[in-house]
Structure formats: C-alpha cells, structure tokens
Design a protein around this ligand. Structure first.
Ligand code: SAH
Length: 505
C-alpha cells in the first residue's frame, strides 16, 4: 500500500522501538507527506527528520508520572485536524495497538465518523528481546508468548491482571512498563506458583545505542536490575527463552559495539559515515565542525562556467566541488556536455563517483586521494600553454595549481565554495566528552573543531585521520594521531577505525 497521506484522514502509525531502521516504509511515506503530526515521547529520535518542512509537529507525549496532554484532548485534536481537511499522522512508539492507546483513539475517530488507517509498527516487546539475542518463541520451550502490562500494581485488589493465570502461562511472559514495579511483579508471579529459578531478562532502551540487558532468574532479576540500575523504557521477560541470550546475543558482537564516535564532517556530508558507523554498532555523535558555503554566484565562477568548453583540463578535488560545479552549470542552463572537450580529473574515487552520477566518467583518478598523487597522475596530460580549470574549495592547498603552472599551464584556480566554522551544538559537545574516537576528514575539520572547543577538547579519545595532510594539521595543533586511513576517503577511514577497534578489543 503506497500513497501520500490524504486530507481528512488520520493515520495511527507505529514508529518502532527506537532504531530508525525499524520504522516501516509505510510510516516513512506518511511522515513525509502529512500536514500535521502528533507524536509521543518514545519515538525514534530521527523519526521526524523526513517530515515536510511546513508540517505542523505537535508533541503530545506524557512524561513519566505526569500526564501533559490528557487523552481526550489528543482525541479531540485528531478529530478537529482531520475535519479541518488536513492529513494527520498520529505517531506512536512501537506498535500503535500494543499498549499505545491506539485502540481508544481509533474508537474515538470511528465514533466521530473520521476516516482512519492503522500502520502497525515493530513492537518493543519483540524487538528489544531480539536485539538482546532472545527469541520470544522457540520450538523447544516457548510455544506461546504473552504481552503483559506491568503498569498495574500487583498489590491492589482490583488489578486487571490474573497473576495465577500468568504464573501458569506455558510460554514467555513479556512485560511492558514494568521495571519500576519489578520487585512486586516477581513476588506476585512466585507467590502464584511460577518457578523462582526460571530464566528471566530485562532489556533497557532496546534497539537504541546504549541498549543494556541483564539476564538472571525470576527470583534474582529484581536485584540484578537494581544493581545494573536499569531504568524505563525497559522490557521484562520471564521464560526459558531468556536463557538463549547466552548463545544468541549478537548486538554486542558488532565491531564497534559500545564505542562512542564523533563525526566532525559538515552535516550535509556526515550522514553516510554516520550511518555506516551506526550499522557497525557505534554510538555516533554528530558534531559538525564545518559548513559548506557555496560561492557559485561569484563572478570568477560564472566566467569559468561560461568558458567551460574551452578548458583542456578540468580538475575536481571533492564531491562537494562536483555538486556545486553542476549547480553552477545548471544556473547557466548548461549540462555535462559543456565538459565534452576537456580531460576531466578527479582527486579520488569519491569525487569520481560524484562525477559518474552526473554522467561524466573521470579520465584521470589517482590511487591515493591527495593533491600530490593527482599531480603525478596528470603527468601524461599535456597542459603546456593550455587553459586548465581547478575548481575547488577556497582554502584548498596550492600544490595542484602550482605544479600545473610549473608545467606551463594557464590555470584558473576557482573557488566553488568556502568551508566555514560551524558553532558546536552544546549537547553534542557534551556527549563528545566521553568519546572513544574522534574522526577528522579534512584539515578544516581539525582546525575548526579546535577553535570551537578550545580547552573543552576531549583528550581521552583516539584521533582518526583520513590521510597524511589531515594528520599533519592535527599534529601541528598538538594532537596525537592514533589512526590514519590507508585509503583517503570516508570508507577508508571507517575501515581503519574498525581495524583499530578490533585490535584493541
Ligand atoms: N506501543 C509501544 C509500547 C508503549 S508502552 C510498543 O509497541 O512498543 C511503553 C513501554 O514500552 C515502556 O515502558 C517499555 O516497557 C516499552 N518500550 C518502549 N520502547 C522500548 C525500548 N526501546 N526498549 C525497551 N522497552 C521499550
């Protein structure tokens, strides 16, 4: 089922347990098209990133122990927004119909004659155990699974839960919202006859960075949880399946599990590296030290674009440069054909890939992505007395234009963009203090991060550099470089970091 959110319709959408990769395709489509989104507290932090810029985002969550927006007000609001002709997404953690009050909201909508749809989500009671290596069912010893609320006070007389039935339940008990009442719950289950020695587990912040899990027995789980200081949101599990964590746990095996890694690239470029690192288990802190300011309206850029067909050689030194060159070309109504006469050189595979995406196969790509290597790779290209365009960052090094001039080229060295310092986000900076690694992908990231944080630089972290030029800048600034990539591109940097983390395990 695919289509944008329709006006006048309410979508009761599950956002999954926390890992943004567990948001369904349908949920993303609706989040990306809705006029209004009413969301809870326990939704993945990135879930709203794809919302329309002009969408209205309303937080209606409940802080633990204090009901901020009463349920009937949420329901009234849903009805009002839909009747006003807007498309409405009601976004909830996990699955909307599993302890999410989605049923009540659907009833209210049905009662008011408002059309609605339900988009199931990955529920925490299955996902948190799965990420902890616990299958909630198993052919051998867990043929049934029960989802139970732990919100009820087992001591109160009118408890909605039948503890005798739960104690006798032949399978896995999965408790939501139970961590605060765990001692009473464990007591009630034992009093009703459940085996005190039965395997049990608790999973805190399941599927999120920093997920923690403890395994124990029914009788001992309260003290184990207390000792580990597990807090909500946590899932509790009782049943033989809990013991399987010992052999099945997988999350902890990923190469960067539990490592906090700071990414200092410009925000627009950081996402690829951040995603790869997260997939390897890292807790990534995005602390962009730089920002790209395009200069494609500058007169020298416009002149160069107007003359593009006359250059014998065009050199590009970053994917950003490629992107902005094509933007500058488009601004003058030109496309890749303007490069038809030129030999096109890229500093490395990333830059060559950016060209390839735009239909241009680079003629020259050196093995190592540094200016010196590009100069060498251009050895066979005759540039003597011929016009050459070097299109790049304002603060790039002089190596390439200088070498080409020495060989007789008439070089236009044109800045397509400038790299400027980004103000550090205080929360990210705070998180960076406990970092295991800080990654630098260019000299400007080193200089600007140091300028921005001053004495606040996290000294205990290992420094990872993309290549010799960046390393040199770091050393000059008094930093020790612990890891340098062999391949001077983002994937080379990730590989080098993983090797280091693996060696230090
Ligand atoms: N509709 C949600 C549940 C909402 S009730 C779902 O289907 O998942 C809130 C409870 O869900 C929390 O108290 C906790 O028990 C559980 N929970 C939600 N997210 C969790 C997570 N990431 N890890 C562990 N438990 C989680």
């Amino acid at each position: 089922m695919t289509s944008a959110a329709r006006p006048g319709v309410v979508y009761l959408v599950g956002a999954g347990p926390g890992d943004p990769g567990l948001i369904t395709a349908r949920a993303l489509e609706l989040i990306g098209s809705a006029d209004v989104i009413l969301h809870d507290r326990l939704i993945p932090p990135e879930a709203l990133a794809g919302a329309r810029e002009d969408a209205q985002l309303l937080y209606v969550g409940k802080e633990p122990g204090d009901a901020s927006v009463p349920q009937d007000e949420i329901e009234r609001r849903l009805i009002e927004e839909a009747q006003g002709g807007r498309s409405v997404v009601r976004l909830k953690g996990g699955d909307p119909f599993v302890f999410g009050r989605g049923g009540e909201e659907a009833e209210a909508l049905a009662g008011a004659g408002v059309p609605f749809e339900v988009v199931p989500g990955v529920t925490a009671g299955v996902a948190a155990p799965a990420y902890a290596g616990i299958p909630v069912t198993h052919r051998d010893d867990a043929s049934a699974v029960a989802f139970v609320t732990g919100h009820e006070d087992p001591g109160k007389d009118e408890s909605a839960l039948d503890w005798n039935a739960l104690a006798a339940f032949p399978g896995t008990l999965v408790l939501y919202m139970g961590v605060k009442r765990l001692p009473e719950i464990a007591e009630a289950l034992q009093a009703a006859g459940r085996d005190p020695g039965e395997p049990a587990a608790a999973v805190e912040r399941g599927t999120l960075p920093g997920q923690r899990a403890v395994t124990s027995t029914l009788a001992e789980l309260p003290s184990a949880v207390d000792e580990a200081e597990l807090r909500p949101p946590s899932i509790l599990l009782f049943g033989p399946a809990a013991a399987r964590r010992e052999t099945i746990s997988w999350l902890e095996q990923r190469p960067l599990h539990g490592r906090r890694i700071v990414v200092t690239r410009a925000r627009a470029q950081a996402s690829d590296v951040a995603r790869t690192l997260r997939a390897l288990g890292a807790d990534v802190v995005e602390l962009p030290a730089i920002r790209i300011e395009p200069r494609i309206d500058a007169p020298e850029v416009r002149d160069a674009i107007a003359d593009l067909h006359s250059y014998a050689l065009v050199c590009l030194t970053s994917p950003n440069g490629v992107r902005l060159l094509f933007e500058a070309m488009a601004a003058q109504g030109r496309d890749a054909r303007a490069l038809a006469n030129a030999t096109v050189a890229a500093i490395g595979p990333g830059t060559a890939a950016a060209l390839g995406e735009r239909g241009v196969i680079a003629d020259v790509v050196p093995e190592r992505s540094i200016a010196e290597s590009l100069v060498e790779a251009l050895g066979g290209v005759d540039v003597s007395n011929r016009p050459v365009l070097v299109a790049r960052a304002a603060e790039g090094r002089d190596v390439l234009p200088k070498a080409l001039r020495e060989r007789g080229a008439r070089v236009d060295d044109v800045a397509l963009y400038e790299t400027v310092a980004e103000d550090p986000d205080p929360m990210a900076l705070d998180a960076a203090q406990d970092a295991d690694y800080i990654t630098f992908t260019s000299s400007s990231t080193v200089r600007n991060l140091l300028a921005a944080v001053g004495d606040g630089f996290p000294r205990s972290a290992r420094i990872v550099s993309i290549g010799p030029v960046t390393s040199e800048t770091a050393r000059e600034a008094g930093l020790e470089v612990h890891v340098e990539a062999d391949r001077h591109d983002p994937s080379g940097l990730v590989d080098a970091l993983v090797d280091d983390a693996t060696a230090r395990r």
